[in-house]
Design a protein. Structure first.
Length: 256
């Protein structure tokens, strides 16, 4: 079985860059058998587009059995279980059908700045703390993670058939919209009970709280309004058309 990890990325912030180094180190240390690629969408290219950064990781992953799309500032120690479930190596009660995608975590713990620095320095790791009470001094905020956010594990075929839409601009809405498309066209995700550790960094600028851009907001509203598979497939068709256009543009400019 082949597994590939894609980390969408944009530089320009020293704190985020330190987080990326720590996250890449974690993947390489714990899962060296999984191919890892950092897909960059640089600042000079314009507003942040996570879908474009995923595309930058390489061509369609037709030969990968499982694809993991992980943010550059998160770590989940239970990701291997999600890979086993999606690949069919492990079955769980309560999952009558084979899930095509999964989220290994239920809760997100956002570490504060000092805790993040210790994690990046290698002097401390959250798993060393055994109780929630002991963990409080290290956590800035915790909440229930939503499907599609932070870290997603999915079958390679589903990754290719239901791509993340590269038309989203700014920080926000692309994860929610992708989860809506994956759920409608690939079925409900399997949800693990792990914790997603989020490393601290300065907040990215947004148009409104939680809203990356007007373009992203309008596109997200269209994904939310798609109530049937044909409607969702139409949106995915638009996304795939944009991906083809971008690929052709890369070839014409010599970047492909």
């Amino acid at each position: 079985m082949t597994t590939r990890v894609i980390i969408p990325w944009r530089g320009g912030c020293s704190r985020r860059e330190a987080n990326l180094r720590r996250v890449v180190s974690w993947w390489e240390q714990h899962h060296p058998e999984w191919a890892l690629t950092v897909g960059e969408y640089p600042e000079e290219a314009g507003g942040w587009r996570k879908g474009m950064a995923v595309l930058a990781a390489g061509p369609p992953i037709a030969d990968a059995d499982v694809v993991i799309v992980s943010d550059a500032d998160v770590i989940c120690e239970q990701v291997e279980l999600a890979v086993e479930v999606v690949s069919g190596k492990r079955r769980h009660r309560g999952t009558p059908t084979q899930p095509l995608w999964a989220m290994p975590h239920r809760d997100v713990y956002r570490l504060n700045e000092s805790a993040t620095q210790m994690v990046c320095d290698g002097t401390w790791w959250p798993a060393q703390v055994t109780t929630t009470r002991e963990l409080r001094p290290y956590v800035a905020r915790s909440y229930a993670g939503f499907a599609g956010g932070g870290l997603v594990v999915l079958r390679g075929q589903l990754f290719n058939e239901v791509p993340m839409d590269p038309r989203f601009v700014g920080w926000g809405q692309e994860d929610h919209s992708w989860a809506l498309a994956l759920s409608m066209l690939g079925g409900a995700p399997w949800r693990g009970h792990g914790v997603l550790w989020h490393l601290w960094h300065p907040q990215a600028a947004r148009l409104y709280p939680g809203i990356g851009s007007e373009v992203g907001l309008r596109l997200w509203q269209r994904y939310r309004a798609a109530s049937t598979p044909p409607e969702m497939l139409s949106l995915i068709g638009e996304a795939r058309q944009e991906i083809r256009r971008l690929r052709q543009q890369e070839c014409h400019t010599g970047r492909g």
